[in-house]
Design a binder for this molecule. Structure first.
Ligand code: GLN
Length: 478
């Protein structure tokens, strides 16, 4: 019977002849069928995955060296495009659209011999916190199917949570990797903005978007980042810094004592579940008992970060989504004797879901003449202030910690009638995207209602090595 622990152990099992890529793929295909009711996959590449697995088995048996992700079964959020496969952003406007090229991350995964098993459901155009905005149905949390998976990368989180793949890639614009990871009890890593190429990532808000990783362990997340990070001639915002060997540097700071900050306002937030607050405080105690220095810091901007995030991201989204006009690609609503404008209007009215339309309108509003300075410019100024504040904090501290989300996964429908309530649930995650820093959610805790919740760690830009080491350190203390 196959049991997956880490990629490293899987590779040992392959080399010892204890398993094969084909039997592994079959195992995951069966798991996907068994968990069909969770609605985590929009498409599964059954024959293709088996064919690739056969080829990899043959190569290995012939003594060829293993790629870093040899035979690793990966799933992709439906915003990361894979040539010849669907790319719909979980939207009707792109339903049946087939991608004509590979995202850079896909090229990198394939070059290291990963097996892409399918495409995951998500919130439409990655807009949402609960995966209730997909045009193809909700994704259910495998631990309690009356509860949401989190969003927007809910399908990718559940795919790892329920053992339907080894790792998955999502996108994180304001928490869409860390928040569902928290709700599902797995690891969710958002790298520094620009660490991973966005080429082939369907854009939501380009100055925030970053591809992230879901995994069962920090080790697997670090190894995957090592594969997908790095320069790319197709994305000018990618950092040219060399990619460290994240997977071997994991234990680098094994015995280091870290200097850690947390924000007073984060813990004073009335929306924070008291049990999560208490657990967080008692974990701080554990940290100090283990020699780390933990200090509370004033963060006077907390109440501004959600509005700032939603002003700037909707502004960017309204521009990015203007390309879906029914002419260049995707769905087109036909009209007899229609003008071009009629086609645009009908296509966009029918093709986009409610939340996406809301955000396009919000974005168009904050960018409109007369309101631009009051909203967009002001929000940019707040973003700058946040950046300055963050730099000051990292002059003194190695990391900032917080709960990842103020609550555990909520029940379906609980927040869907109030956009504001839903948006406020992003209060702890959007900060890292506003300032571009890397962050991780670690599955450390369990609520008395049996749902998991995580600890978020944020470090300074391009300090992923520290982020991974610190994560490994903290997991041990649990
Ligand atoms: N929940 C946030 C939003 O709806 C984050 C989404 C994301 O990171 N893609 O914008």
């Amino acid at each position: 019977m196959f049991t997956f622990s880490t990629i490293k152990d899987y590779h040992i099992a392959l080399l010892n002849g204890n398993t094969t890529c084909v039997s592994t793929v079959n195992h995951y295909l069966q798991a996907i069928k068994d968990s069909y009711h969770l609605n985590a996959f929009l498409e599964v590449f059954e024959c293709e995955a088996i064919d690739i697995a056969k080829k990899l088995d043959l190569n290995r048996q012939q003594g060829m060296p293993l790629g870093k992700l040899h035979g690793v079964v990966v799933a992709l959020k439906d915003v990361i495009i894979y040539k010849g496969h669907r790319a719909s952003a979980a939207s009707k406007i792109l339903e049946n659209y087939i991608s004509i090229y590979n995202a850079t991350v896909v090229e990198k995964l394939l070059a290291q011999e990963a097996i892409i098993i399918g495409i995951n459901n998500c919130d439409e155009f990655a807009m949402g916190s609960s995966n209730e905005n997909s045009a193809f149905g909700n994704v259910k949390n495998a631990l309690d199917t009356t509860r949401v998976s989190g969003g927007s990368s809910g399908g990718s989180a559940v795919a790892v949570q329920a053992g339907m793949c080894m790792i998955s890639l999502g996108s994180d614009t304001g928490g869409s990797v860390r928040q569902p990871a928290d709700f599902c009890g797995i690891v969710g890593l958002k790298p520094t903005y620009g660490r991973v190429s966005r080429y082939g990532l369907i854009a939501y808000a380009s100055s925030f978007d970053q591809i992230g990783i879901f995994a069962n362990s920090v080790e697997d997340a670090a190894l995957t980042l090592e594969v997908i990070a790095g320069e790319d001639e197709f994305d000018s915002t990618v950092s040219s810094l060399p990619v460290p060997s994240y997977s071997t540097l994991l234990e680098q700071a094994k015995d280091q004592k870290f200097s850690i900050a947390y924000f007073k306002e984060t813990l004073d937030n009335p929306a924070l579940d008291p049990e999560i607050r208490d657990t967080f405080y008692s974990f701080i105690k554990t940290l100090t008992e283990n020699g780390h220095s933990v200090q509370v810091v004033d963060f006077e901007y907390l109440e501004y970060i959600v509005p700032t995030y939603y002003i700037l991201t909707t502004a960017e989204a309204s521009c990015n989504l203007s390309r879906y006009d029914g002419v260049r690609f995707g769905h087109q609503t036909q009209h007899i004797n229609a003008t071009l404008t009629d086609v645009y209007k009908a296509t966009r009215s029918i093709g986009f879901g409610k939340e996406v339309k809301r955000r396009i309108m919000l974005g168009a509003f904050v960018l409109s003449e007369g309101y631009y300075d009051a909203y967009f410019t002001k929000a940019q100024q707040v973003r700058n202030l946040l950046l300055q504040k963050t730099n000051t904090i990292f002059e003194k501290f190695d990391a900032i910690i917080s709960p990842t989300v103020p609550t555990v996964a909520w029940k379906f429908g609980e927040k869907s009638n109030s956009a504001t309530e839903m948006y406020l649930a992003d209060i702890y995650t959007v900060y890292a995207n506003l300032v571009g820093i890397p962050a991780i959610s670690l599955p450390l805790f369990k609520h008395s209602n049996k749902m998991p919740f995580g600890l978020q760690i944020m470090v300074s830009s391009n300090k992923e090595v520290i982020l991974h080491s610190l994560s490994k350190n903290l997991i041990k203390l649990k």
